[in-house]
Design a protein around this ligand. Structure first.
Ligand code: ZN
Length: 391
């Protein structure tokens, strides 16, 4: 009899335990959902938007960029915040513009697009400025853009390498390739990088071109150690801050390979991508192929089918560090290659309009990218975007 009672008591206590645990789970689940819930993206394809009134040939150097950023801040005080994230070797500020509806205090996701990490690749800077103006002039008139700025903080750093931009030079003022200076697969010969730094503290050796049979025999000076340069330190520290701010995707803009890259370009990736991550990158690749004039380029380039490696890349480091979707976007076609500062810059407005589909696609899918879900929302685009390819 006593045994039966003790069984019943044990059963009763077990039931209570199960109920308490289960209800706790439901409560926890609801809390989790509540804290992550963000407004769903509204995309209305019939919504018109207008393009910035830019003229071909009018590029923005360091001072022109500052003037334009100040103009945005004065004209759109409720949407724009301009601030410096650090200084270059020669003491120039590295400016960042944050675009968001400051009057909307709901939880927001953040993203970062930067340009001109290679100073001779001007169009990355211009693409950030053009996107900024496009978002600002259409806020409140176009529902998709209004929604983007209500639900996300768009951070743009047009000139990661202001000294290089002023000298039309790929490298920073220490002769270092900033996009080989990140702490990922750092300084590997197979990744085209040499850990030279500044020889004896004053001799700059930006790159070495070894003669050989290989198609790819250029080795860039990546610095003596990861993040040795003030510019890469500034962007690293800024991204560390964004991590506490629901950092959702990153685009590192270059010219002029006419494509997008995704991780890994590292020779020895620190971990294997999950199936979900691989699927998302493939989905974006397919989307880019169908909807933009750019090509998706994985690690196999038209280099006799050989695997292509780059050590110390910003996009790889961001993926490794924050585990978010991360892209290199090579604007322009290869005909406009500003290779080692000897190329031409032309048809600015055309090339800016080719960048909008990708930027808008990533922005309307920011929530999907943040959750590593299929980014299947189509952006609404203004008439004439994307433009017909140049003849
Ligand atoms: Zn570049």
């Amino acid at each position: 009899m006593n045994k039966k009672i003790s069984y019943l008591i044990t059963l009763f206590l077990c039931c209570i335990l199960v109920v308490v645990t289960f209800s706790g789970c439901i409560e926890e689940e609801q809390k989790t959902k509540e804290s992550k819930e963000l407004p769903k993206t509204v995309v209305k394809l019939d919504q018109p938007s207008i393009l910035p009134d830019w003229k071909d040939g009018e590029y923005h150097d360091y001072y022109g960029t500052i003037d334009l950023l100040n103009e945005f801040e004065i004209k759109y005080p409720d949407l724009v915040n301009v601030f410096s994230i650090g200084e270059s070797v020669l003491g120039k500020d590295i400016w960042c513009i944050r675009i968001t509806n400051e009057n909307n205090a709901k939880p927001k996701l953040s993203c970062l697009i930067d340009g001109c990490i290679h100073g001779c690749e001007w169009e990355g800077c211009e693409a950030c400025l053009y996107l900024a103006e496009y978002l600002l002039i259409n806020f409140d008139a176009n529902e998709t853009i209004t929604h983007i700025l209500n639900s996300s903080e768009v951070y743009l750093v047009p000139l990661v390498n202001p000294d290089g931009r002023q000298k039309d030079d790929r490298f920073n003022d220490n002769g270092i390739d900033l996009c080989r200076n990140f702490d990922i697969d750092f300084g590997r010969l197979r990744g085209g990088a040499l850990r030279i730094g500044k020889l004896f503290g004053f001799i700059k050796i930006p790159y070495i071109d070894f003669p050989g049979k290989e198609d790819w025999n250029l080795y860039f000076n990546c610095g003596r150690h990861p993040f040795s340069e003030p510019e890469s330190q500034a962007i690293r520290d800024f991204m560390m801050d964004l991590e506490n701010n629901d950092f959702s995707f990153y685009v590192n803009c270059h010219t002029a390979q006419h494509c997008i890259y995704v991780p890994w370009l590292a020779f020895k990736p620190p971990f294997e991508m999950t199936e979900q991550e691989t699927n998302l990158f493939h989905y974006v690749f397919n989307w880019v192929e169908k909807n933009t004039e750019y090509e998706p380029v994985s690690v196999l380039i038209a280099n006799n089918g050989k695997r292509y490696y780059d050590s110390g890349m910003a996009q790889d480091w961001v993926f490794k560090e924050f585990r978010i979707p991360s892209f290199s976007f090579e604007i322009l076609s290869k005909d406009y290659e500003p290779w080692m500062s000897s190329g031409k810059h032309d048809h600015l407005v055309h090339w800016m309009n080719t960048t909008l589909p990708l930027f808008m696609y990533l922005l309307v899918n920011i929530d999907n990218l943040h959750q590593w879900r299929t980014p299947d929302i189509q952006p609404s685009l203004p008439e004439g975007v994307p433009p017909e390819p140049l003849q």
